[in-house]
Design a protein around this ligand. Structure first.
Ligand code: ADP
Ligand code: MG
Length: 836
């Protein structure tokens, strides 16, 4: 026996199974005792476990007893006694691994045990399914068991209200699809009030059909997109306005490339746009557009900073003179330049938030998965998710006959043979499942079957509810079902009466999929739980996989054999060649997924910084002022340093500093050049900050303290969100364009990391500046007008208990520890990369 196992599963796996078997034996040993417990006492166990957990026992300590309780509960309310193999899988899941259990082995029931055990901690368990149908089916069917044992179960679905979602997430165990959980995460990080969030922290996820979610869907990230609020129109108006200005209307700082309207300019703008106060919060967007138009006109020079080519504005790298194709200036500057040059204004900010499944699921404290097919992707699961694949033996031996491939010369010959085979089996009453790689193939076969007068059903992964129904019938006598390989995943095909005698379900594959895993899925539809069954693949030399990857060797061999179209060959050598082609494609796809991940990692570091700090702002009360003051300090430091570089104080650029401070922080009469002269850098900064703080106090007194805090919150969140969304959109465009840059031996990923990091720093600078300006310059009158908002927000933060943590300044460079990973995503420590 051991020898056979070793052959099948390999050494490591066998050792794992041995270990699991020991734990299983312990669970089995408790059966006679638990069987005698009346329902009430069995149910009391849940509370007992919770108490023991609180008192310091670990979940691992509780596993044996907890699983025995679930098994007993399942016997009583579901009428199913979990098999030993299910217990094994259940343990592997609790350990954060992938349990490879074949179709029909009962993964749904197996997962209730780790779900129950981990729910004891009260931190929530998510069970992730590939579609809504499976989520609601499993939540409903398994819910009976959980509820019997005193746990709550929620179903997280598309179209639930925020309240309903929050309720579902508050449950001990929550079922739902990968998309829904991922989107909720992104949406939660876009809210303005803590109360609008729905998720708790991500604790433990069990992913069903894990290969489908973490492998097949890994190349398409989740994206929340929206059209930008800023309209092309406003860019044109701002551009037209700036065209009317003369030199006295704005000031320009060569060093920082900062441009701003002077008192006169502001008056002109207010007249031009017929607004009373340009700094009113109502006009944030207008001021922004004017500022960018100004910048475009005054500081950006055609053929120096950028060129115009084929109706597009292309940035010129300031150091190398290269054209930075695909890259756009952020924050609306690119659009402003387009307006200035009379070009069409490109769409702005389509991506508001995005994340890959890889990075979403890696945020869970613990991750587990189950599927019938994972071994072929073992390496990927281990490298990327740190999960081992443990192949669990089937409860009963698999007796399905997997016949060797049949290879035809042409597709036509192949399909003819497939139809013949379906006909032959159908005449005996044996149910047939025909698997296809593409929807078009399904349709073709359907047409041919119609002509042959054979009744059948077609599935192609569009309507999951109806499909589940069809697939359930696919095992009935006389049924013929055509399905693409994704269709009906997760729904078990049970054999109808008398079908065992007919040989069980016959699976016919009409093509090999790129990935062996998907072929195995199709095969595994037959022969569940010891049922008889048969599977065979029909291939042709014209199949996509053979054309792309079949070797010349193979082709010449076929020719030598002088194949004619009706005669298939059945050859080990061909099957091996097919398999090696599949391995090659799998390798390529793995690389593609690694690349997607490497790119998303750059954004992930940034996303985590922003989301974390954003959440701190949402939660903050009294610390808010400190956060804002720190942002002002950064800004002041930057400006002062930029203008006091010269060794000789006489050459310091006092006018520029004064201009900036007047324009952004203080009133014109509050700062003059004489105030700054005779001081060193630090003293200047300190002097300005003292004034700023005094002015801040004044403003705070004119409002109430609470109103000031809400005001700060509104300003910070709005600024961060606008800039951040703009930033990720820039990153998106940078990424799409980066490989267009065909110069030298540049590694596009490296380029992306470096530029992405520079853009991030730039964004933070501009967040700090903009917040400083709005906090200091917005007038009291406006705040009073905003009282509605203030009131609303107040009710919310009023409900929060004090958080006495000390707040760090908002997204400052210092937040990154020297040993933290560098936000550029290089994977190096910060101190060895950008923090050097
Ligand atoms: P999988 O997800 O592994 O393909 P399912 O969880 O869909 O399998 O279960 C397949 C079928 O087996 C279901 O109808 C389920 O009710 C049944 N089943 C699972 N476990 C047991 C058990 N221990 N005893 C009897 N039937 C079971
Ligand atoms: Mg399943």
């Amino acid at each position: 026996m051991a020898g056979i196992l070793q052959k099948i599963f390999g050494d490591g796996n066998q050792r794992q199974l041995k270990r699991l078997q020991k734990i299983v034996d312990n669970i089995e040993a408790l059966e006679s005792e638990y069987e005698k417990l009346p329902d009430q006492e069995l149910q009391n166990k849940t509370e007992e476990f919770k108490t023991r957990y609180e008192d310091g026992e670990s979940l691992d300590d509780l596993l044996v007893e907890a699983y025995a309780v679930v098994r007993e509960g399942s016997k009583r309310v579901l009428g199913m006694r979990p098999f030993q193999t299910q217990l094994m899988g259940a343990i592997a899941l609790h350990e954060g691994n992938i349990a490879e259990m074949k179709t029909g082995e009962g993964k749904t029931l197996a997962s209730t045990m780790p779900a129950y055990l981990n729910a004891i901690s009260g931190k929530g368990v998510h069970i992730i399914t590939v579609n809504d149908y499976l989520a609601s089916r499993d939540a409903k069917e398994m819910g009976v068991l959980y509820e019997f044992l005193g746990l709550t179960v929620g179903l997280n679905g598309n179209g639930l209200s925020k309240e309903e979602k929050r309720e579902a997430y508050q449950c001990d165990i929550t079922y739902g699809t990968n998309n829904e959980f991922g989107f909720d995460y992104l949406r939660d990080n876009m809210v303005l009030y803590k109360e609008q969030m729905v998720q708790r922290s991500l604790n433990f996820a069990i992913i069903d059909e894990v290969d489908s979610i973490l492998i097949d869907e890994a190349r398409t990230p989740l994206i929340i997109s929206g059209s930008a609020k800023k309209s092309a129109n406003l860019y044109q108006q701002a551009n037209a306005f700036v065209n009317t200005l003369s030199k006295d209307d704005y000031s320009y700082d060569e060093k920082t490339k900062g441009v701003q309207l002077t008192e006169e300019g502001i008056n002109k703008a207010e007249r031009y746009f017929a607004v009373e106060n340009l700094f009113d919060l109502k006009h944030v967007s207008l001021t922004h557009h004017i500022n960018q138009a100004l910048k475009a006109h005054v500081s950006m020079h055609r053929d120096d900073d950028y060129v115009v080519e084929d109706g597009e504005v292309i940035i010129v790298d300031q150091f190398t003179g290269r054209l930075m194709k695909g890259r756009r200036y952020s924050d609306g500057l690119h659009q402003a330049i387009e307006a200035k040059e009379g070009l069409q204004i490109q769409n702005e900010s389509m991506t508001l938030a995005s994340i890959t499944f890889q990075n979403f699921f890696r945020m869970y404290n613990k991750l587990a998965g189950m599927t019938g097919t994972a071994k072929t992707e073992e390496e990927e699961f281990r490298n990327i998710y740190n999960m081992d694949v443990i192949a669990i033996p089937t409860n009963k031996p698999v007796i399905r006959e997997d016949k060797p491939d049949l290879i035809y010369k042409t597709m036509e010959g192949k399909f003819k043979a497939v139809i013949e085979e379906i006909k032959r089996r159908h005449e005996t009453g044996q149910p047939v499942l025909v698997g296809t790689v593409a929807v078009e193939t399904s349709e073709l076969i359907s047409k041919m079957l119609k002509r042959a007068g054979i009744k059948h059903e077609v599935l192609n992964a569009k309507n999951h509810f109806r499909e589940a129904e069809i697939i359930e019938n696919a095992g009935q006598r006389g049924s013929v079902t055509i399905a693409t390989n994704m269709a009906g995943r997760g729904t078990d095909i049970k054999l109808g009466e008398g079908v065992v005698e007919l040989g069980g379900l016959a699976v016919i594959g009409t093509e090999r999929h790129e990935s062996r895993r998907i072929d195995n899925q199709l095969r595994g539809r037959s022969g569940r739980q010891g049922d008889p069954g048969v599977s065979q693949f029909y291939l042709s030399m014209e199949d996509e996989l053979m054309r792309r990857f079949g070797s010349d060797n193979l082709r010449s061999m076929m020719d030598r054999l002088g194949m004619d179209d009706s005669q298939p060959i059945e050859s080990k050598m061909v099957s091996r060649a097919v398999e090696s082609a599949q391995k090659r494609v799998e390798g390529n796809n793995f690389d593609a997924r690694k690349t997607v991940l490497a790119y998303d990692d750059v954004l992930r570091e940034q996303r985590e910084i922003i989301y974390k700090q954003r959440f701190e702002v949402i939660e903050a009360d009294d610390e808010l002022r400190e956060i804002v003051e720190n942002m002002i300090l950064s800004t002041v430091e930057r400006v002062v340093t930029a203008h006091t570089q010269d060794d000789d104080e006489d050459n310091w650029d006092y006018p520029s500093i004064v201009e900036f401070v007047q324009g952004n922080l203080l009133n014109a009469d509050q700062v003059t050049e004489d105030d700054l002269k005779g001081k060193d850098q630090e003293e200047i900064i300190e002097w300005i900050m003292d004034k700023v703080k005094a002015r801040y106090d004044e403003k705070e007194q004119e409002l109430t303290k609470e109103q000031m805090r809400e005001f700060e919150k509104v300003i910070v969140l709005r600024t961060v969100d606008t800039k951040w969304m703009d930033h990720i959109d820039q990153m998106d465009q940078l990424r799409q364009g980066i490989h267009l840059r065909a110069y030298g031996q540049n590694d596009p990923l490296r380029e992306y990391q470096l530029e992405g990091f520079a853009m991030f720093e730039e964004m933070i600078k501009s967040i700090e500046e903009e917040v400083s300006k709005y906090i200091m310059k917005a007038e009291i009158r406006d705040n009073l007008q905003r009282q509605e908002v203030v009131k609303n927000t107040q009710a919310i933060s009023g409900g929060q208990e004090e958080k006495k943590k000390t707040r760090k300044p908002f997204v400052k460079k210092q937040d990154i520890g020297r040993n933290d990973p560098c936000p550029c995503g290089s994977g190096k420590k910060y101190k060895n990369c950008h923090g050097r």
